[in-house]
Design a protein around this ligand. Structure first.
Ligand code: EPU
Length: 301
Protein backbone atom coordinates (compact mmCIF):
# COMPACT_ATOMS: atom_id res chain seq x y z
CA UNK A 1 0.00 0.00 0.00
CA UNK A 2 1.37 3.47 -0.73
CA UNK A 3 2.13 5.88 2.09
CA UNK A 4 -0.75 8.17 1.23
CA UNK A 5 -3.26 5.35 1.64
CA UNK A 6 -1.79 4.25 4.96
CA UNK A 7 -1.79 7.80 6.28
CA UNK A 8 -5.28 8.52 4.97
CA UNK A 9 -6.67 5.56 6.91
CA UNK A 10 -5.65 7.17 10.19
CA UNK A 11 -5.80 10.84 9.27
CA UNK A 12 -9.12 11.23 7.52
CA UNK A 13 -8.60 14.84 6.40
CA UNK A 14 -5.18 14.14 4.85
CA UNK A 15 -4.50 15.94 1.58
CA UNK A 16 -1.92 15.41 -1.12
CA UNK A 17 0.05 18.13 -2.93
CA UNK A 18 -1.38 20.86 -0.76
CA UNK A 19 -0.65 24.45 -1.68
CA UNK A 20 0.97 26.11 1.34
CA UNK A 21 0.73 29.64 -0.05
CA UNK A 22 -2.18 30.71 2.21
CA UNK A 23 -0.39 29.44 5.34
CA UNK A 24 2.89 31.29 4.79
CA UNK A 25 2.96 34.97 5.71
CA UNK A 26 5.69 35.57 3.11
CA UNK A 27 3.28 34.14 0.52
CA UNK A 28 5.69 31.83 -1.29
CA UNK A 29 4.42 29.11 -3.57
CA UNK A 30 5.30 25.75 -2.15
CA UNK A 31 3.44 22.47 -1.89
CA UNK A 32 3.33 19.85 0.83
CA UNK A 33 3.56 16.26 -0.36
CA UNK A 34 1.09 15.34 2.42
CA UNK A 35 -0.86 17.84 4.52
CA UNK A 36 -2.95 17.43 7.63
CA UNK A 37 -4.59 19.95 9.93
CA UNK A 38 -4.29 18.85 13.57
CA UNK A 39 -7.17 20.09 15.69
CA UNK A 40 -6.39 18.31 18.93
CA UNK A 41 -3.62 16.86 21.07
CA UNK A 42 -4.54 13.38 19.79
CA UNK A 43 -4.28 14.57 16.17
CA UNK A 44 -0.77 15.90 16.75
CA UNK A 45 0.41 12.72 18.47
CA UNK A 46 -1.16 10.49 15.84
CA UNK A 47 0.32 12.45 12.94
CA UNK A 48 3.78 12.48 14.50
CA UNK A 49 3.75 8.75 15.30
CA UNK A 50 2.60 7.87 11.78
CA UNK A 51 5.33 9.95 10.18
CA UNK A 52 7.88 8.09 12.34
CA UNK A 53 6.41 4.71 11.43
CA UNK A 54 6.46 5.50 7.71
CA UNK A 55 9.84 7.19 7.89
CA UNK A 56 8.44 10.42 6.50
CA UNK A 57 9.93 13.87 7.08
CA UNK A 58 7.67 15.75 9.50
CA UNK A 59 7.16 19.48 9.62
CA UNK A 60 4.89 21.38 11.93
CA UNK A 61 3.40 24.60 10.66
CA UNK A 62 2.25 27.10 13.26
CA UNK A 63 1.27 30.56 12.09
CA UNK A 64 3.65 30.24 9.12
CA UNK A 65 5.21 33.57 10.03
CA UNK A 66 8.81 32.37 10.25
CA UNK A 67 8.86 29.63 7.67
CA UNK A 68 10.55 30.13 4.30
CA UNK A 69 10.48 27.12 1.97
CA UNK A 70 13.20 27.38 -0.65
CA UNK A 71 11.81 24.38 -2.52
CA UNK A 72 8.64 24.28 -4.58
CA UNK A 73 7.74 21.02 -2.89
CA UNK A 74 8.18 19.90 0.71
CA UNK A 75 8.60 16.15 1.01
CA UNK A 76 6.78 14.24 3.75
CA UNK A 77 4.01 15.24 6.11
CA UNK A 78 3.29 18.90 6.88
CA UNK A 79 0.97 19.38 9.84
CA UNK A 80 -0.84 22.65 10.37
CA UNK A 81 -1.18 23.05 14.12
CA UNK A 82 -4.73 24.20 14.87
CA UNK A 83 -4.90 22.66 18.34
CA UNK A 84 -6.68 25.22 20.52
CA UNK A 85 -6.93 24.90 24.28
CA UNK A 86 -6.75 27.38 27.12
CA UNK A 87 -7.42 26.26 30.67
CA UNK A 88 -6.80 27.50 34.20
CA UNK A 89 -4.83 24.84 36.05
CA UNK A 90 -4.16 26.70 39.32
CA UNK A 91 -5.10 30.01 40.86
CA UNK A 92 -4.17 32.11 43.88
CA UNK A 93 -4.90 35.69 44.96
CA UNK A 94 -1.90 36.92 43.04
CA UNK A 95 -1.50 34.63 40.01
CA UNK A 96 -3.20 32.29 37.57
CA UNK A 97 -1.50 29.31 35.95
CA UNK A 98 -2.78 28.94 32.40
CA UNK A 99 -2.31 25.88 30.23
CA UNK A 100 -2.16 26.91 26.60
CA UNK A 101 -1.94 24.67 23.55
CA UNK A 102 0.80 25.06 20.96
CA UNK A 103 -1.61 25.90 18.14
CA UNK A 104 -3.05 28.88 20.00
CA UNK A 105 -2.55 32.14 18.06
CA UNK A 106 -0.15 34.38 20.01
CA UNK A 107 -2.10 37.58 19.32
CA UNK A 108 -5.36 36.03 20.55
CA UNK A 109 -3.65 34.94 23.74
CA UNK A 110 -2.20 38.43 24.25
CA UNK A 111 -5.64 40.02 23.94
CA UNK A 112 -7.43 37.47 26.09
CA UNK A 113 -4.91 37.56 28.95
CA UNK A 114 -5.03 41.36 28.98
CA UNK A 115 -8.83 41.19 29.21
CA UNK A 116 -8.44 38.79 32.14
CA UNK A 117 -6.03 41.21 33.86
CA UNK A 118 -3.16 38.73 33.64
CA UNK A 119 0.34 40.03 33.07
CA UNK A 120 2.97 38.19 31.02
CA UNK A 121 2.16 38.63 27.35
CA UNK A 122 1.29 42.35 27.11
CA UNK A 123 4.65 43.17 25.46
CA UNK A 124 3.72 40.89 22.56
CA UNK A 125 0.79 42.76 21.10
CA UNK A 126 0.97 42.32 17.33
CA UNK A 127 3.19 39.21 17.49
CA UNK A 128 2.31 36.94 14.57
CA UNK A 129 2.32 33.14 14.83
CA UNK A 130 1.32 30.63 17.45
CA UNK A 131 2.36 29.78 21.00
CA UNK A 132 4.26 26.75 19.67
CA UNK A 133 6.19 28.94 17.25
CA UNK A 134 6.89 31.57 19.91
CA UNK A 135 8.37 28.94 22.25
CA UNK A 136 10.31 27.15 19.50
CA UNK A 137 11.82 30.46 18.29
CA UNK A 138 11.91 32.03 21.76
CA UNK A 139 10.18 35.15 20.44
CA UNK A 140 11.22 38.35 22.09
CA UNK A 141 10.43 41.99 22.48
CA UNK A 142 13.41 44.25 22.93
CA UNK A 143 11.96 47.31 24.68
CA UNK A 144 12.57 46.18 27.41
CA UNK A 145 14.11 42.80 26.54
CA UNK A 146 11.46 40.22 27.41
CA UNK A 147 10.77 36.77 26.05
CA UNK A 148 7.44 35.11 25.33
CA UNK A 149 8.80 32.19 27.38
CA UNK A 150 9.55 34.29 30.48
CA UNK A 151 6.57 33.03 32.48
CA UNK A 152 6.58 29.43 31.31
CA UNK A 153 6.59 27.00 34.26
CA UNK A 154 6.51 23.65 32.52
CA UNK A 155 5.36 22.08 29.28
CA UNK A 156 4.27 18.87 27.61
CA UNK A 157 6.17 17.68 24.54
CA UNK A 158 6.10 14.81 22.10
CA UNK A 159 9.61 13.39 22.19
CA UNK A 160 11.47 11.76 19.29
CA UNK A 161 9.98 8.36 20.17
CA UNK A 162 6.46 9.76 20.00
CA UNK A 163 6.06 9.64 23.79
CA UNK A 164 4.63 12.44 25.92
CA UNK A 165 7.15 14.14 28.15
CA UNK A 166 6.67 16.76 30.87
CA UNK A 167 9.57 19.20 31.13
CA UNK A 168 10.18 22.33 33.17
CA UNK A 169 11.26 25.71 31.88
CA UNK A 170 15.01 25.10 32.29
CA UNK A 171 14.80 22.16 29.86
CA UNK A 172 14.38 24.58 26.95
CA UNK A 173 17.76 26.36 27.50
CA UNK A 174 16.14 29.57 26.25
CA UNK A 175 18.45 32.14 24.76
CA UNK A 176 18.25 34.88 22.11
CA UNK A 177 16.28 33.28 19.24
CA UNK A 178 16.96 29.85 20.71
CA UNK A 179 15.19 27.00 22.46
CA UNK A 180 16.35 23.41 22.72
CA UNK A 181 13.39 22.32 20.57
CA UNK A 182 15.33 23.62 17.55
CA UNK A 183 17.89 20.90 18.24
CA UNK A 184 15.75 18.04 19.53
CA UNK A 185 12.85 18.65 17.09
CA UNK A 186 10.44 17.66 19.85
CA UNK A 187 6.92 18.97 19.46
CA UNK A 188 5.30 21.28 21.98
CA UNK A 189 1.80 20.20 22.99
CA UNK A 190 0.99 22.65 25.77
CA UNK A 191 2.78 25.10 28.01
CA UNK A 192 1.74 26.18 31.50
CA UNK A 193 2.43 29.85 32.20
CA UNK A 194 2.23 31.62 35.57
CA UNK A 195 0.63 35.02 34.98
CA UNK A 196 0.42 37.72 37.60
CA UNK A 197 -2.94 39.30 38.38
CA UNK A 198 -2.50 42.92 37.41
CA UNK A 199 -4.50 46.03 36.71
CA UNK A 200 -6.05 45.64 33.28
CA UNK A 201 -5.64 49.33 32.35
CA UNK A 202 -1.90 49.11 32.97
CA UNK A 203 -1.61 46.07 30.66
CA UNK A 204 -3.70 47.76 27.98
CA UNK A 205 -1.43 50.78 28.02
CA UNK A 206 1.74 48.68 27.60
CA UNK A 207 0.16 46.67 24.77
CA UNK A 208 -1.06 49.81 23.00
CA UNK A 209 2.36 51.49 23.27
CA UNK A 210 4.15 48.42 21.92
CA UNK A 211 1.70 47.96 19.09
CA UNK A 212 2.15 51.62 18.19
CA UNK A 213 5.94 51.15 18.11
CA UNK A 214 5.54 48.06 15.91
CA UNK A 215 3.22 49.93 13.53
CA UNK A 216 5.61 52.86 13.33
CA UNK A 217 8.75 50.81 12.78
CA UNK A 218 7.65 47.60 11.02
CA UNK A 219 5.78 46.98 7.77
CA UNK A 220 2.75 45.29 9.37
CA UNK A 221 0.20 43.88 6.96
CA UNK A 222 2.75 43.33 4.18
CA UNK A 223 3.70 39.82 3.05
CA UNK A 224 6.89 39.04 4.96
CA UNK A 225 8.39 36.68 7.54
CA UNK A 226 9.11 39.37 10.10
CA UNK A 227 12.75 40.02 10.83
CA UNK A 228 14.64 37.88 8.34
CA UNK A 229 18.08 37.80 10.00
CA UNK A 230 19.17 37.60 13.61
CA UNK A 231 20.65 40.67 15.19
CA UNK A 232 24.40 40.48 15.30
CA UNK A 233 27.26 41.76 17.41
CA UNK A 234 24.79 43.55 19.69
CA UNK A 235 23.44 45.61 16.83
CA UNK A 236 20.16 45.76 14.96
CA UNK A 237 20.58 44.00 11.64
CA UNK A 238 17.85 46.29 10.30
CA UNK A 239 20.06 49.24 11.19
CA UNK A 240 23.05 47.65 9.42
CA UNK A 241 21.15 46.81 6.23
CA UNK A 242 19.72 50.33 6.27
CA UNK A 243 23.20 51.89 6.75
CA UNK A 244 24.46 49.77 3.85
CA UNK A 245 21.96 51.67 1.68
CA UNK A 246 19.82 48.68 0.81
CA UNK A 247 16.36 49.94 1.83
CA UNK A 248 14.01 49.58 -1.13
CA UNK A 249 16.46 47.28 -3.00
CA UNK A 250 14.60 44.80 -5.20
CA UNK A 251 15.18 41.46 -6.87
CA UNK A 252 12.15 40.48 -8.92
CA UNK A 253 9.10 40.72 -6.67
CA UNK A 254 11.10 40.82 -3.41
CA UNK A 255 12.04 44.08 -1.79
CA UNK A 256 13.86 45.23 1.32
CA UNK A 257 11.31 47.18 3.32
CA UNK A 258 11.61 50.96 3.35
CA UNK A 259 10.27 50.93 6.90
CA UNK A 260 12.53 48.32 8.54
CA UNK A 261 15.46 46.97 6.55
CA UNK A 262 15.40 43.54 8.23
CA UNK A 263 12.02 42.81 6.62
CA UNK A 264 11.93 41.28 3.14
CA UNK A 265 8.60 42.01 1.47
CA UNK A 266 6.99 39.85 -1.19
CA UNK A 267 5.31 42.34 -3.50
CA UNK A 268 3.18 39.50 -4.84
CA UNK A 269 4.09 36.51 -6.97
CA UNK A 270 7.71 36.40 -5.80
CA UNK A 271 9.46 33.10 -6.32
CA UNK A 272 12.21 31.31 -4.44
CA UNK A 273 14.91 32.05 -7.01
CA UNK A 274 14.60 35.82 -6.60
CA UNK A 275 14.38 35.57 -2.83
CA UNK A 276 17.59 33.53 -2.70
CA UNK A 277 19.33 36.10 -4.92
CA UNK A 278 18.23 38.93 -2.64
CA UNK A 279 19.43 37.06 0.46
CA UNK A 280 22.84 36.65 -1.21
CA UNK A 281 23.06 40.37 -1.99
CA UNK A 282 22.20 41.30 1.62
CA UNK A 283 24.71 38.85 3.12
CA UNK A 284 27.56 39.81 0.81
CA UNK A 285 26.94 43.54 1.29
CA UNK A 286 26.97 43.23 5.10
CA UNK A 287 30.12 41.10 4.91
CA UNK A 288 31.82 43.62 2.67
CA UNK A 289 30.80 46.75 4.59
CA UNK A 290 30.93 45.54 8.19
CA UNK A 291 32.80 42.22 7.99
CA UNK A 292 29.84 40.46 9.67
CA UNK A 293 28.22 37.16 8.70
CA UNK A 294 24.45 37.38 8.88
CA UNK A 295 22.46 34.37 9.98
CA UNK A 296 18.80 33.82 9.13
CA UNK A 297 16.31 34.15 11.95
CA UNK A 298 13.57 32.60 9.82
CA UNK A 299 13.53 28.85 9.26
CA UNK A 300 14.76 28.08 5.77
CA UNK A 301 13.71 24.67 4.54
N1 EPU B 1 16.88 50.87 12.60
C1 EPU B 1 17.28 51.61 11.51
N2 EPU B 1 16.86 51.21 10.28
C2 EPU B 1 16.07 50.13 10.08
C3 EPU B 1 15.67 49.37 11.20
C4 EPU B 1 16.09 49.77 12.47
O1 EPU B 1 17.98 52.61 11.63
O2 EPU B 1 15.73 49.82 8.93
C5 EPU B 1 17.30 51.34 13.95
C6 EPU B 1 16.09 51.87 14.73
O3 EPU B 1 15.84 53.20 14.44
C7 EPU B 1 16.49 51.61 16.16
C8 EPU B 1 17.37 50.37 16.09
O4 EPU B 1 17.77 50.24 14.72
O5 EPU B 1 17.27 52.66 16.64
C9 EPU B 1 16.63 49.13 16.57
O6 EPU B 1 15.49 48.91 15.76
P1 EPU B 1 14.19 48.13 16.30
O7 EPU B 1 13.68 48.79 17.53
O8 EPU B 1 13.25 47.97 15.17
O9 EPU B 1 14.75 46.73 16.80
P2 EPU B 1 15.52 45.60 16.01
O10 EPU B 1 16.69 45.22 16.86
O11 EPU B 1 15.79 45.97 14.60
C10 EPU B 1 14.33 43.66 17.22
C11 EPU B 1 13.78 42.31 16.84
C12 EPU B 1 12.35 42.41 16.36
C13 EPU B 1 11.49 43.05 17.44
C14 EPU B 1 12.07 44.44 17.71
C15 EPU B 1 11.32 45.21 18.77
C16 EPU B 1 15.57 40.88 15.94
C17 EPU B 1 16.23 40.36 14.71
N3 EPU B 1 14.57 41.73 15.74
O12 EPU B 1 14.47 44.41 16.04
O13 EPU B 1 11.87 41.09 16.12
O14 EPU B 1 10.13 43.14 17.03
O15 EPU B 1 13.44 44.30 18.14
O16 EPU B 1 11.39 44.52 19.98
O17 EPU B 1 15.95 40.51 17.05
C18 EPU B 1 11.22 39.35 14.65
O18 EPU B 1 11.67 38.59 15.50
O19 EPU B 1 10.67 38.94 13.59
C19 EPU B 1 11.34 40.79 14.87
C20 EPU B 1 10.96 41.68 13.97
Amino acid sequence: MDKFKILKKQLKQLEKNKDLFPFLTIRLNSKAEFFFEAKSRTDLIKAYSLSKKLNLPFLILGGGSNLVPTEKKIAGLVVKNSYLKKEIVKESDSFTDLLISSGYPASLLVNQTIELGLSGFENFAGLPGTVGGAIYMNSKWTKPLTYFSDYLLFAYLIDREGKIKKVDRTYFKFNYDYSLLQKTKEILLEGVFRLKKTDQAELKKIAADNLKYRRQTQPLGKASSGCFFKNIAGQSTGYLIDKAGLKGYRVGRFMISEKHANFIINLGGGDQEDLLKLIKVIKSTIKEKFNLDLEEEVIII
